[in-house]
Design a protein. Structure first.
Lengths: 128, 414
């Protein structure tokens, strides 16, 4: 299987919710020290729901496509629901097998989201 | 490097010594600046130790321990010969280049570096020749100064003359850049540093495997390299030092083997090299390294260098055909070793490496443990292909074809 399937490339080329919010309730940025990929996520929260989300940064196809997919997934969802998102949810969205190094690329956006919204600093799938 | 008489490399014969290339199509392994493959004679030598004379070295009063000691010390002699060290006890076995440099930074640094002293580095150092000096500077209050590179990727030698003063106590420099492949004018650097009384540490991790390095000719004070980048196993590295420096230096790690006598509160230390080899060392790995030295010496380092230069010229020529490619480092092959760092416009280096992997081409992508250099080049990361004695023109062709496919895939419809 080609690890660069169409859907990933579509998200990479035309990411959803790319950009920043002028006055976000939550804004958090982190990088992956392994490869220098960097992602920032801005959230607008209303009634404990994610009203608007934007992400920006730089990285490889996997990390940016995963961020794009994640933002689509969480918009309009409650903070409680979003907190339950796991490593496996991201892998299901990506839909291709990943080695340990690329796994971190895929999980970076979720890590940034969880650190910003809930103060969870570990990598998804490790001790949370 | 200008040796007139040598046999050209028998690359086909050499490849038969590496079982990893026996697949069809063969792996195009182009990550040799990170770690090289291990030939059968090296693995066989380590197997022979485990199968027939496995034992600890030095104080064993039985035959196989004597043999292990002999083989371990024989490896030291081979390494000494390789770099033309005057005496084999100037060869300290460590785990790798990183540990060798840390040994100097802790042991020599603790007695020779004081507040306000200056240590000169370059912006292209691998983290292994940067972080140990940062730690030393933090412990002592010494100051780090960095030499820049030109846009061509060459050392700004003129700046060295300005930086060198009576405050300079040490120059620590890579002989060859692991990212750009740039061969630094290390002889001139050493001569200039010695003129102001500074010592010089040479990070030779990327030079000793690829061309002949002579520590007496260079007159360097310390020189460090790793076994695993020269057909040897992981877990064994080398520190060479001038005898009078090594003898004056306090121990680095304390423990068994490095002592002469131990009392409750105080010990006296063993002679070189044992003083710096505390604990049971990597015995099989040292023996393996000795055989790796034999292997690359028999292949002939001058022939290896010429072979890599030919691959480099060919790769430069092919890769330049690709639209949107940026090559980093000197463009003249004689100024560099077989290392090519590059980027494809609009494609993240990790994607390049990921897609090439699906075509059986192994390259490295990332910051290559040289983040200050990435900043200087104004890139987040690069992709890097690096050659060794077993690589072929076909490997370069597969890299080229893989890059064309990568570009096509990543720029659909643009």
């Amino acid at each position: 299987m080609n690890i660069y399937q169409e859907e990933l490339l579509d998200h990479y080329e035309n990411p959803s919710n790319y950009g920043t919010l002028p006055d976000p309730d939550i804004s958090h940025e982190e990088d992956n020290p392994l490869c220098g990929d960097q992602i920032r996520i801005d959230l607008l929260v209303e009634d404990d729901k994610i009203k608007e989300v934007r992400f920006c940064g730089h990285g490889c196809t996997i990390s940016l496509a995963a961020a794009s997919m994640l933002t689509e997934r969480i918009e309009g969802k409650s903070l409680d629901e979003v907190k339950q998102l796991s490593k496996d949810d991201i892998l299901d969205m990506i839909g291709i097998p990943l080695g340990p190094v690329r796994l971190k690329c895929a999980l970076l956006a979720l890590k940034v989201l969880k650190a910003g919204a809930y103060g969870i600093t570990s990598w998804p799938g490790e001790d949370e | 490097m200008h040796t007139a008489h040598f046999r050209p490399l028998d690359v086909e014969g050499i490849r038969k010594d590496f079982p990893i290339f026996a697949t069809a199509p063969p792996l195009a392994f182009l990550d040799n600046a990170a770690s090289t493959q291990t030939p059968r004679p090296v693995v066989d030598a380590m197997d022979a130790y485990y199968d027939t004379y496995r034992s600890n070295i030095h104080r064993g009063i039985y035959r196989i321990s004597e043999e292990a000691t002999e083989q371990y010390e024989r490896a030291r002699e081979k390494v000494a010969q390789l770099i033309n060290a005057p005496r084999s006890r100037q060869i300290i076995f460590t785990r790798n280049t990183t540990e060798s440099i840390n040994l100097v930074a802790y042991s020599w640094g603790s007695t020779n570096i004081r507040e306000g002293d200056e240590i000169i580095l370059t912006v292209m150092e691998h983290h292994s020749n940067l972080v140990p000096w940062q730690l030393l500077a933090q412990r002592t209050g010494a100051v780090l100064r960095f030499l820049e590179i030109t846009d061509e990727g060459l050392l700004d030698f003129a700046q060295l003359r300005d930086c060198l003063t009576e405050k300079t106590k040490l120059v620590a420099m890579g002989h060859v850049s692991n990212v750009l492949g740039t061969i630094n004018p290390i002889q001139s650097v050493i001569d200039a540093a010695h003129a102001v009384g500074a010592k010089v540490v040479v990070d030779a991790a990327q030079s000793v495997p690829h061309f002949h390095v002579d520590v007496q000719q260079l007159d360097c004070d310390f020189l460090a390299f790793s076994g695993h980048k020269m057909c040897g196993p992981t877990g064994i590295g080398v520190l060479y030092g001038k005898i009078e420096l090594l003898e004056e230096m306090p121990p680095f790690l304390g423990g068994g083997s490095m002592i002469r006598s131990v009392e409750r509160d105080v010990s006296s230390y063993a002679e070189l090299p044992a003083k710096f080899e505390a604990g049971t060392p990597s015995i099989a790995e040292a023996i393996g390294l000795g055989h790796a030295v034999d292997y690359i010496t028999q292949a002939n380092l001058a022939a290896i260098h010429v072979h890599e230069q030919e691959l480099l010229k060919y790769a430069h020529q092919r890769l330049k055909e690709i639209e949107g490619i940026t090559l980093y480092g000197p463009s003249a092959p004689h100024q560099k070793t077989g290392v090519i760092s590059f980027n494809l416009e609009g494609v993240h280096p990790h994607d390049i490496a990921g897609i090439l992997d699906t075509h059986g081409v192994a390259i490295r992508a990332g910051h290559h443990c040289a983040q200050p250099l990435m900043k200087r080049l104004d890139v987040i990361a690069t992709a890097r292909a690096s050659f060794y004695l077993y690589n072929t023109v076909e490997d370069v062709d597969r890299l080229y074809e893989g890059l064309c496919r990568t570009q096509k895939l990543m720029t659909r419809g643009k």
